[in-house]
Design a protein around this ligand. Structure first.
Ligand code: HEM
Length: 362
């Protein structure tokens, strides 16, 4: 029988050395962001710095959701205004010729509920996803090791960024590639130059889902984006992916299906190691809402500046009912705050959470 576990704070286990590891990670990331700022004379995100689109959308919660799915911001059938930012994972702006994991960040505007960080401006719920179901370095200890390797291997930064976001499958591949041929491994992962609009995106790590615990994912729903799944994009320029998406939304809209996979067994579906795939044989992906994007200019100059310099997304910008869970989520609380503060200060741009899509420039 399908029996999702009940959330309680005891689903998380905080390691004795965690605060030290978190401090080390923050220091390493701050150093790389400062170096990028010095190179560009403009502060970028410390990860996912290159955007491909900034979109206005809406999220419609399904009617008649069963009780286990009608939780948190999905408790009632309703329609929310939403902002979306599509990105590539590296913390620097590289040519699209280098395949990279893709990010799909959603900002759900105006949600009810107790805030995770009451001092933060706004009443929005951010959901951050990447086009792979797990993050290969799924604990803070492993993540710190990865950052150390990244520093030592700065000549192949993209490869390592892919591992950060989990598109390189296992750490065996990583170790093998480190000693041998990262180039060959990169070729083997050419799937990442697939059309960004046809991909399926995942929170990778767990969140509280009201009374339960879940991972969320977003899958193409309308035929026009479903038909792009697996379609290789011929990259002939530095920013081909932006052009492909802009061309698409100049005439077409799209729909995506937002789904929740509820945890039924903390041993087989752990929250403390986000590298472990939650098998669908244990719990299905269940549809909870539809994301609808109408035709629009997805990358006008005003949109780009707004999405890149004004907006911030963080899994901790949200409500208690969707508390991020596990050590990889806990480190993100300070990592995102530090990165966003650095770039807003560095670019002398005021940080503003939207409370309506009217504030988003066309
Ligand atoms: C659980 C897996 C993760 C997923 C799915 C994920 C996803 C994302 C996405 C989609 C963005 C772009 C947000 C935007 O468009 O503004 C982003 C940004 C970022 N990520 Fe992650 N990420 C993950 C893990 C991590 C970890 C472990 C760290 C660091 C410890 C990290 C650090 C950052 C930072 C610093 C930013 C930029 C924040 C800003 O300046 O606004 N991420 N992430």
């Amino acid at each position: 029988m399908f029996n999702p576990i009940h959330y309680s704070p005891s689903v998380e286990t905080i390691g004795d050395d965690e605060s030290q590891i978190v401090n080390d990670i923050l220091a390493m990331m701050a150093a790389s962001q400062r170096a990028s700022m010095d190179r560009h004379r403009h502060a970028h995100r410390d990860a996912h710095s290159k955007s491909h689109a900034v979109l206005k959308a809406r999220l419609t919660v399904r009617e008649n959701l069963p009780a286990h799915l009608a939780q948190g911001i999905f408790s009632q059938p309703c329609s929310y205004e939403v902002m979306v930012r599509l990105s590539s994972a590296p913390g620097d702006i590289h040519s699209d010729k280098v395949p990279a994991p893709r990010g799909f960040a959603i900002k759900v505007i105006g949600v009810e509920g107790e805030r995770l960080i009451p001092e933060l401006d706004g009443r929005n719920q951010d959901l951050l996803m990447v086009n792979f179901p797990v993050i290969a370095f799924g604990t803070v200890a492993k993540y710190k090791k990865l950052l150390g390797l990244l520093e030592k291997n700065a000549q192949t930064p993209d490869f390592f960024q892919r591992i950060v976001a989990g598109t390189a499958r296992a750490s065996e591949n990583f170790v093998e590639a480190l000693g041998k041929t990262p180039g060959a491994t990169l070729q083997g992962l050419a799937r990442d130059n697939n059309n960004i609009l046809g991909e399926t995106y995942h929170t990778q790590a767990a969140i509280r889902y009201g009374a339960h615990v879940a991972k969320l994912s977003l899958q193409p729903k309308s035929d026009n984006v479903r038909s792009l799944t697996g379609e290789l994009v011929e990259v002939d320029g530095h920013s081909t992916m932006r052009d492909v998406v802009r061309e698409f939304f100049s005439s077409d809209g799209a729909e995506y299906d937002l789904r929740a996979q509820l945890c039924v067994d903390l041993d087989k579906m752990p929250v403390e190691d986000a590298a472990v795939l939650w098998e669908e044989s244990l719990a299905p992906q269940e549809s909870i809402a539809t994301l609808t994007i109408d035709p629009q200019d997805s990358f006008s100059p005003a949109r780009r500046v707004y999405g890149d310099d004004v907006l911030s997304f963080s899994p901790w910008n949200g409500i208690e009912a969707h508390r991020p869970l596990g050590s990889i989520m806990r480190v993100r609380k300070l990592a995102y705050e530090r990165s966003t503060a650095f770039r807003h200060t560095g670019n002398a741009v005021e940080r503003r959470e939207p409370d309506s899509l009217d504030q988003v420039p066309d």
